[in-house]
Design a binder for this molecule. Structure first.
Ligand code: UD1
Length: 421
């Protein structure tokens, strides 16, 4: 079993580069199958979900290989339009391949992605939108059999600004004849990145970043070279780590604009944050104070992915901070683990109240989901003594090497193997 051993109490200093964004590269990897050429993705993070996407692409008949930090995908040989149950289950965002396969092949056969550790993860909006474009989708024993020999552009109104549904429909609409408008679309930066990649391939898409995305379908797409944006949640994690431990760090390549709700929260808590075109710096010398309620919401609201991480940074703040989780039903599983380290957190439904404590102490804790796991690292580097973090599979899904990054910033953190007892 892999464990992270963190000896808390050191302040952080130094600078590191930020890895490419997981939530941007995954939809772009699905999008590569819309063209019959070669895509070169620079700054592609090396993550388990990226490996799973590569295996899905290879399973479909595409060629994919690494050239240094670039991932090269050649989708000219795609010949399969089904994804096995095993591959579908390995990655929650595998559903994003559905729209792309339909656009390329006119049919698709894959399994229903189940729920996940954050609660149910329905794809009803994805399926309803695809049906509006003309897809016939039959659900049978957890498999989705989809036929869409001819899709037509439509006006689609999403009842929620779902990130996954917006992406899936953008991809499908590239293969539909005519104009598709997606209303109440998600506005996350990763949607804009998907639009930018598709435009690089010759697609006609506009409006990403606003609530209406318009796609002129039916264009023949070609490959392109694209650089993956820096990961805004990884950036939030390391800013919160420095806020938690104290010190001064600089994150190269990070863009504050994508994370202004998180930097506003950290400033309110007492951190000094400055940004320019090369990156972003955070300094924390005195103690932190509590902040106004943090309510997660679709972008440009406070990201659900940063809820646990900011909570961990505020565990030793003066006063009480209220958190309200509005996106997922089961996103406080890190709380019990943080409480083991001496945190004072009360949860009631979607609300959690964090009352700052004087000190945290090391403890054996377990990552229960990706960002909850990162939150344990943020708390551990500010805790007295040794914290032993298990459940690293979750953390590995989103962080290329959190041990490398935090130790470059001065944290005492090592990864080790231990026989389970
Ligand atoms: C969500 C986050 C995204 C984050 C990602 C990874 C939001 C709005 N989205 O994206 O920022 O990067 O997790 O953690 O914060 N829903 C339905 N039916 C659907 C699709 C979604 O009811 O067909 C609901 C979900 O249950 C959820 C909400 O809509 O409550 C947002 O889901 P969605 O944006 O699709 O989630 P992700 O794409 O996973």
């Amino acid at each position: 079993m892999s464990l992270l051993l963190v000896e808390g109490g050191r302040t952080l200093t130094g600078e590191i580069a930020i890895q490419g964004a997981k939530n941007s590269v995954l939809p772009i990897l699905a999008a590569t199958i819309l063209n019959r050429g070669e895509t070169v993705l620079r700054g592609c993070p090396r993550l388990r979900d990226v490996d799973t996407s590569i295996r899905i692409l290879q399973h479909l008949g595409c060629e994919a290989h690494w050239e240094g930090e670039a991932l090269v995908v050649d989708s000219s040989g795609l010949h399969n339009c089904g994804i096995s149950d095993i591959l579908m289950r390995e990655m929650r965002s595998s559903a994003i391949f559905l729209g792309a396969i339909l656009a390329r092949c006119g049919q698709a056969d894959l399994s229903y992605p189940g729920g996940c550790e954050l609660g149910p993860r329905p794809i009803d909006l994805h399926l309803a939108g695809l049906r509006e474009l003309g897809a016939d989708i039959q659900e049978e024993g957890g498999r989705l059999h989809c036929q869409a020999p001819q899709m037509h552009g439509r006006e689609i109104v999403l009842s929620l600004p779902s990130v996954g549904a917006t992406e899936n429909l953008m991809l499908a609409a590239c293969g539909a004849e005519g104009t598709t408008s997606i209303y109440n679309a998600a506005r996350e930066p990763e949607i804009e990145e998907l639009q930018n990649y598709l435009r690089g391939c010759g697609a006609e898409i506009s409006g990403a970043g606003t609530s209406t995305v318009t796609v002129e379908g039916g264009r023949t797409l070609h490959g392109c070279t694209y650089t993956i944006m820096p990961d805004r949640i990884v950036m939030a994690t390391y800013l919160c780590a420095a806020a938690s431990a104290g010190g001064e760090i600089r994150l190269l390549g990070a863009r504050e604009g994508h994370l202004s709700t998180v930097t506003a929260a950290l400033r309110e808590a007492g951190c000094t944050i400055t940004g320019d075109e090369t990156g972003i710096a955070l300094r924390r010398s005195g103690g932190l104070k509590s902040i106004r309620p943090v309510r997660t919401a679709p972008y440009p609201g406070f990201p659900t992915d940063a809820q646990a991480i900011v909570m961990a940074a505020l565990l030793r703040s003066r006063g009480a901070t209220v958190f309200e989780e509005n996106i997922f039903t089961n996103r406080y599983r890190h709380v019990d683990e943080l409480v083991r380290m001496g945190a004072d957190i009360r949860v009631s439904g979607r609300v959690a109240v964090v009352t700052g404590v004087k000190r945290l102490h090391g403890a054996p804790v377990r990552a229960t989901d990706l960002r909850g796991g990162a939150a344990l690292c943020v708390a551990a580097i500010a805790a007295e003594g040794m914290t032993e973090i298990s459940g690293l599979d979750h953390i590995d899904r989103g962080y290329e090497d959190i041990t490398r990054d935090l130790s470059r910033l001065g944290a005492a953190i090592v990864r080790t193997e231990k026989e389970p007892v």
